[in-house]
Design a protein around this ligand. Structure first.
Ligand code: AMO
Length: 436
């Protein structure tokens, strides 16, 4: 490894010590006879002061540097009241590791705003901004906290195929791919495989994977390649058991992030801490009636909540101190695999989790009865013959089970309080974007 310290470790109390730092030339300010170089590395910035009278050769070389060049500087730590963070460095040597061309395709400075398209076009440069990269360290910690919870609770981490012959949830949103001489599809959900694994006695599983949806939405909450945290568990009493898992794991994830990503949360100026009370669980009809009586809003589709409806309900519960809540029992649930129990006082055992005014996860109890599943498929116009590989797992005995899919990108978007889901994805894919 190249010998260096992070700028965040170069503190005023180390005044007088010799250190080496490496990173980018964030800025060079020439004040005539004195040049301030701001060096930026992965963890912060450090001011390095070059004086003509101290070393004319170094002074000349620093003036030739372009912003964003990669350098390594050795020198002495000096406490200084005028310097940012009360510390600066007086250099002994300057090594240019990699030059940068000028002009830059976009500014890395926090004070210069670029629109989202420009930022995504120049993503490598955009990601050099600490506040942009912070989103991804936060994302990493949220996932670490969540997977740690599932490992602790005895769930097995699985991988299901991304290439398949048939889609899990119907045809329209599938991306076809050429698979040798046949047509195959990118996975839109690991749904069918999660359930097959329940039929294979995996008991409790989770998968951190990808889902692909050829949806033609140009919204701030839809993308075509989705980060998905999928969960499935057996021997549940009903959908409430699944919601418990969803809530507890989300709490663990956010708690872990507040413990291990405090710096990132500070940079992003957000505080995702959840209240101690359990998330409210309201029925679909209660949700509709709150919208109608409190906001005079009636979503167009009688069987669903629209984006505006989710947002308004979010405001309603936020005011009562609940950033997250479940809506349970969607009528005419379109997925054949969801359980619809005759005589239930709710329409279906499907739930959505709404967090900060946006659906971030969806799941429920599944139909585990082979005959009823066949019937549901036929009612929905799904040809059971194309799903033999799935149905076989039911024919020979299937425990009651349920699960959910949590949209990781939406979770990160909401925790980091980002306007657009694309900001929560390193290289987002949408109908208009396939590069970089
Ligand atoms: P669903 O289709 O509701 O359910 O998806 C689950 C979650 O995935 C996220 N999501 C998306 N995020 C960004 N862009 C999209 N285009 C997009 N589509 C979905 C959302 C959503 O809540 N098989 C079921 C899950 C289950 O029941 O286990 C499913 O995929 O956060």
């Amino acid at each position: 490894m190249i010998e260096r310290e992070y700028t965040s470790d170069v503190t005023a109390d180390r005044s007088g010590e010799q250190v080496a730092v490496a990173g980018r030339v964030h800025d060079v300010r020439d004040l005539g006879g004195i040049v301030f170089l701001i060096l930026r590395d992965a963890r912060g910035e450090l001011q390095v002061v070059f004086k003509e009278e101290d070393d004319a050769d170094l002074f000349e070389r620093v003036q030739e540097l372009n912003r964003e060049a990669v350098v390594r500087i050795e020198g002495e730590v000096t406490a200084s009241d005028q310097a940012p963070g009360g510390v600066e460095m007086v250099p002994d040597s300057l090594e240019v590791i990699s030059e940068s061309t000028t002009p830059l395709p976009m500014e890395v400075s926090k004070d210069v705003d670029a629109n989202l398209d420009t930022r995504l076009d120049q993503r490598f440069m955009d990601l050099r901004k600490p506040e942009v990269r912070a989103v991804f360290s936060l994302r990493s910690k949220l996932l670490a906290g969540m997977t740690a919870w599932f490992d602790e609770e005895g769930f097995t981490n699985v991988d299901t195929p991304l290439l398949s012959q048939a889609g899990a949830e119907g045809g329209a949103d599938l991306f076809p791919v050429l698979y040798y001489d046949k047509e195959a599809f990118l996975s839109q959900s690991p749904q069918l495989y999660k359930q097959i694994l329940m039929g294979a006695d995996f008991d409790r599983i989770y998968e951190v994977g990808k889902a692909f949806r050829a949806e033609d939405f140009g919204t701030s909450r839809h993308v075509s390649e989705i980060g998905m945290f999928d969960v499935e568990l057996s021997y549940i009493e009903d959908h409430d058991d699944v919601m418990d898992v969803q809530e507890d794991s989300l709490r663990a994830s956010i708690e872990y992030a507040t413990e291990h990503a405090q710096r990132e949360l500070d940079v992003l100026e957000v505080d995702p801490e959840l209240p101690d009370e359990r998330f409210p669980r309201i029925s679909f009809s209660e949700a509709r009636s709150i919208l109608e009586t409190e906001y005079d809003h009636v979503p167009e589709d009688a069987d669903d909540l629209d984006t505006k409806g989710e947002k308004l309900l979010g405001e309603y519960f936020e005011e009562q101190g609940h950033p997250a809540f479940f809506v349970v029992g969607f009528p005419n649930e379109k997925f054949y695999y969801m359980q619809d129990v005759p005589g239930d006082d709710i329409a279906s055992r499907k739930f959505d989790l709404i967090y900060r005014g946006q659906e971030i996860s969806s799941g429920g109890q599944r139909e585990h009865d082979y005959e009823r599943l066949l019937q549901r498929m036929e009612e929905d116009g799904v040809d059971p013959e194309s799903f033999d590989f799935y149905l076989d797992a039911f024919e020979y005995g299937m425990p009651p089970h349920g699960g959910y899919g949590l949209g990781i990108d939406r979770l990160v978007q909401k925790v980091a309080d980002l306007d657009n889901i694309r900001e929560a994805i390193l290289f987002p894919r949408d109908p208009e974007r396939l590069t970089p």
